[in-house]
Design a binder for this molecule. Structure first.
Ligand code: DAH
Length: 328
């Protein structure tokens, strides 16, 4: 029977033509047109079915359908292979689902710093930076630390040599700023600080602070109170209860610490230190303390980030653990 032979010969020629299967799109397409196109070989066979005797037609139809299926399935399986190769080798098939790239997260300390910066910049503070390695004068003496003050002790300070330290606070930049500029000035100073402390859930050998300094002719403790209250309410929320508690720092007089009330823990938690710039500090940078007044403050970024988000171990900030970081 002629038609049956023609079917076999198309099958054989397809097997030859498709092995190896062409690799470029154009050859795949011409192979497809040759066999499966509207005027292709398979369509030709279908149209010659009318020449078959009515008795043979069902059998011929079955053979033809099988051939068509065979050819289709070869094309389909190569389509799958090339699709996966394309995604590997970067050629684009726009019908494929897109590749997902992991998106990074802004580190919680950076987010906290950005929040602090934007609050203070809204009320006229500029941002300044200073050295992490500094001399004893800027880190201690000019800030009115007496020579035998315990903060200079080897236990707390990393000394590079007897005169040079890794700064223990960002307050050193107060001195640099006032040496470099005439008053008035209004800055916040973010940065890393270092302390030679035993590492635990609540202390680390380095951490971050934001310092603030505001010097002008008629700056009072009331100004400081207003500005810090504005900060606390914007950072922790408008209903935050806060208090100023008398304290001591060598470089401020009077000095205070600010606490916020934690409903969850039922206790006051310290968030920053502050005070009116001590006249001795003005003397060491040649500002006339009879003309200029100011206030300063300093807060630990880790500490207030931990309070805001309920983080209970400072070491989490430095371990790069994705399970922690992905939550921010
Ligand atoms: N330097 C202090 C510390 O490291 C924090 C501080 C307290 C900074 C009072 C200030 C201030 O500017 O006025 O603990």
């Amino acid at each position: 029977m002629k038609l049956k032979e023609s079917i076999e010969s198309v099958r054989n020629s397809f097997r030859t033509d498709s092995d190896p299967f062409p690799t470029d799109k154009q050859s795949v397409e011409s192979l497809r047109v040759k066999y499966l196109g509207r005027k292709g070989l398979v369509a030709g066979l279908f149209s010659s079915m009318k020449d078959a005797s009515p008795k043979d037609r069902p059998m011929v139809g079955k053979l033809l359908n099988e051939l068509k299926q065979e050819i289709n399935s070869v094309f389909n399986s190569y389509k799958k292979i090339t699709a996966s190769q394309q995604s590997q080798y970067g050629e684009s098939d726009y019908t494929l689902p897109g590749l997902k790239f992991p998106v990074g997260h802004i580190h919680p300390l950076q987010q906290t710093l950005e929040d602090i910066k934007s609050i203070f910049m809204n009320i006229g503070f500029s941002v300044a930076y200073g050295p992490e390695i500094d001399d004893d004068f800027h880190n201690f003496s000019a800030l009115n630390f007496p020579p035998d003050h315990p903060a200079r002790d080897m236990q707390d300070t990393f000394f590079i040599d007897p005169e040079t330290v890794l700064r223990t606070h960002t307050s050193n930049v107060q001195i640099h700023l006032m040496e470099e500029q005439d008053p008035p000035l209004r800055y916040i100073v973010p940065g890393r600080v270092y302390r030679n402390e035993a590492i635990s859930f609540k202390s680390y050998c380095l951490f971050h602070q934001v310092e603030g300094i505001y010097v002008d002719k008629h700056v009072s403790f009331a100004d400081q109170k207003g500005i810090l209250e504005y900060f606390v309410k914007r950072f922790f929320g408008p209903d935050t209860k806060m208090r100023f508690r008398p304290s001591f720092f060598p470089f401020t007089e009077p000095s205070a610490e600010v606490d916020i009330w934690s409903k969850k823990r039922g206790q006051w938690l310290e968030i920053l230190g502050c005070g009116m710039v001590d006249p001795e500090v003005f003397n060491s940078v040649n500002y006339d303390p009879d003309v200029w007044h100011g206030f300063a403050f300093g807060m630990g970024i880790e500490r207030i980030c931990m309070l805001k988000y309920g983080i209970d171990d400072i070491r989490l900030f430095y371990q790069g653990d994705m399970r922690f970081l992905e939550q921010f």
